[in-house]
Design a protein around this ligand. Structure first.
Ligand code: PMV
Length: 334
């Protein structure tokens, strides 16, 4: 079989997925902006098997990564769609990221999107595009929840809601987008590049029994519906308010869970303060969001790029580096 190549982007949630149940099902719908530059590129080689047993090699940027390889073996073994591949072929996955490994960007979204897409293409090469995207999104979700949103862009929703065809099993595109939100940029301000101390899966687990869990899931459902309306009507003020409230809520949930913890760093708070002041002083429609880490995603429309870059240049010691990214439309596999 000829090698399969997949290239899939990361995504940044505007409405956060935080809390899961059952087999990687979300406790609330989430909605994200798909990125274009921060991607995982995977080549999957499938050679006819010479002997019994599981044969899977995994190389990340040329080097074996045994712990992640074991996670992938476990993941592939649990999906019926991949049973024949695993039974009949020796598999080799070569993976690399287009962004620096030390950047502190969560890479499991792009990694599992690319891995699921490559495996599905090898296992079922003749699916039509709609069916492929839906199945690949569902399979990616089973590897890492947020990965399911990287198949559509610039906006995707995962989780059943009033949006037609939305589902807890896979993501769907959010298609009614006002021109104000069609060309968004994301400057990722790296505050800290060390691996985070508490993983997302531990964080999701802490939502079980969290005193604010039900109110949070209800708030996220409401925010998701509101955000789709905002994306449709072009209201930037509401976009900013909902996005920033979601980011701060995510971190407030971490800080108020039973085993409480904090991922924001002094530099994170300092930059957030500077974003508030910059927006107040200049009226530039820029806002921040955070994923489960200390780094800041600054979101702004393309036409404000020069002002925002000038602003970023004024940010001092709290920031180590910047990665400029932009909204994208999903990945490719062939
Ligand atoms: O997909 P996971 O399990 O890595 O969780 C992602 C959680 C957040 O990034 C904080 C929010 C989200 O919706 O992406």
């Amino acid at each position: 079989m000829s090698p399969v190549k997949a290239s899939y982007p990361s995504n940044i949630a505007l409405i956060k997925y935080w809390g899961k149940h059952g087999n990687q099902l979300p406790c609330n719908p989430s909605l994200s902006l798909t990125l274009s530059q921060a991607r995982t590129e995977v080549t999957l080689y499938c050679e006819a098997k010479k002997q019994e047993g599981i044969a899977l090699d995994y190389l990340f940027e040329g080097a074996p990564k045994p712990a992640f390889r074991d996670r992938i073996v476990d993941y592939i073994s649990r999906q019926n769609e991949f049973a024949d591949l695993l039974r009949n072929y020796e598999l080799r996955i070569e993976s690399s990221n287009t962004f620096p490994h030390s950047a502190g960007i969560a890479s499991s979204a792009s990694a599992f999107a690319a891995i699921a897409a490559a495996l599905l293409k090898a296992a079922q090469p003749h699916l039509d595009e709609t069916e492929f995207l839906r199945s690949a999104s569902r399979l990616a979700r089973l590897g890492s929840g947020s990965a399911c949103r990287s198949f559509y862009g610039p906006y995707a929703q995962w989780g059943a809601s009033a949006l037609p065809h939305s589902s807890d099993d896979y993501a769907v595109p959010v298609t009614e987008i006002h021109e104000n939100f069609r060309d968004m940029r994301d400057a990722i301000l790296i505050v800290e590049d060390a691996p985070k101390k508490v993983s997302s899966s531990v964080g999701h687990g802490l939502m079980k029994g969290h005193p604010f869990a039900n109110a949070r899931f209800e708030q996220a459902r409401h925010h998701c519906d509101q955000m789709r309306e905002v994306l449709r009507n072009g209201d930037f003020d509401s976009f900013i308010a909902i996005t920033e409230r979601e980011a701060l809520t995510l971190h407030a949930l971490m800080m108020s869970s039973g085993d409480y913890y904090m991922l924001m760093k002094p530099g994170t708070v300092q930059i957030i303060d500077q974003v508030f002041a910059f927006r107040q002083d200049t009226g530039t429609p820029v806002c921040f969001t955070l994923d489960a880490g200390p780094n800041i995603h600054l979101l702004y429309p393309a036409h404000t790029e020069n002002q925002v870059k000038d602003f970023i240049a004024t940010l001092g010691g709290g920031m180590k580096s910047v990665i400029y990214d932009a909204a994208g439309t999903g990945g490719t596999v062939f």
